[in-house]
Design a protein around this ligand. Structure first.
Ligand code: SIN
Length: 278
């Protein structure tokens, strides 16, 4: 196995076949995931069974509540945009499942049907973003906690003003959007032990210890800081590409720049552990 880090935000793993891994390789991948936040693989040939078997090496599979699964494999959520859809899934910066009290470790996304061009995913390192904060901001964040929720993102209000045809067959179960969770604003990463920012624009609603105006201002400043290009890497999908990201170390967003074309990805999310402050 060969590991090439891109600018510290993610790493390409080559000389590996994800369908045939021994325990040593799995252990190495776990460490690399914690270290780099996202692992990119090319030229893989994974069936749905292979995808599930690979994911199970890293933890229990979380059955997605909101995305339409494959009919034969409820463990696999479809991240789908048909040619007639105008919106895509995951277009805003986010970290999956931060609204869960025990948030998911990460997701393994396999490219299944790609547009001719476009549809890249951008990942941002929350380690690098934290490290670049000034000492005074780091001090301010220490001990703060934030509330995260799925209600506004996957509940019925999330689709207000949108035609039902936009979500039919790909997103649903709005009644299940009832999750709220509190997590430290800065966490100690469970694998690497490094400090990472753990708030995100999609799911974080407010900071508990600050009044609304001060908390919102701090979140906006943090988001602007984290969005800087120097903390991110843009991954261009090809047939056979797989990305495995760690939600506790990264943000990601899917670009919606392929109007009139289909994009289908298969996602498995792996359950994580409770998060603690740094
Ligand atoms: C996601 O946010 O889980 C989907 C990312 C992508 O489709 O590139």
């Amino acid at each position: 196995m060969r590991i090439d880090s891109e600018n510290g935000v993610g790493a390409y793993i080559s000389e590996i076949d994800l369908n045939h891994l021994n325990p040593e390789s799995i252990a190495e991948l776990k460490v690399a995931l914690g270290e780099y936040g996202v692992l990119f693989f090319r030229e893989q040939n994974m069936t749905s069974e292979n995808h599930i078997a690979f994911a199970e090496q890293f933890g229990r599979i979380n059955i997605n509540r909101f995305f339409t699964p494959l009919s034969d494999y409820p463990q696999i959520a479809q991240v789908l945009k048909e040619a007639q859809h105008s919106t895509n899934i995951g277009s805003a910066w986010h970290t999956d499942h931060s609204y869960d009290q025990i948030p998911a470790l990460g997701s393994i996304l396999v490219a299944r049907d790609l547009p001719k061009s476009g549809g890249d995913t951008i990942f941002a390192s929350m380690y690098a973003a934290y490290d670049a904060l000034s000492d005074s901001v780091k001090e301010k964040l220490a001990g703060l906690t934030a509330v995260h929720s799925s209600r506004h993102a996957f509940g019925i209000d999330a689709y207000k003003g949108q035609a039902k045809s936009e979500r039919k067959g790909r997103l649903g179960n709005t009644d299940a959007a009832t999750q709220d969770a509190v997590h430290p604003v800065v966490i100690k990463h469970p694998i690497s032990g490094k400090k990472a920012i753990y708030v995100n624009p999609d799911f974080t609603t407010h900071i508990r210890e600050l009044d609304e105006a001060e908390g919102n201002q701090l979140l906006e400043e943090l988001y602007e800081h984290c969005k800087q290009e120097k903390f991110s890497y843009r991954f261009a999908w090809k047939d056979g590409s797989v990305a495995f990201w760690d939600n506790r170390a990264t943000w990601h967003k899917a670009l919606n720049d392929y109007a009139g074309q289909r994009r289908l990805m298969h996602r498995i999310t792996v359950e994580g552990v409770p998060l603690y402050g740094a």
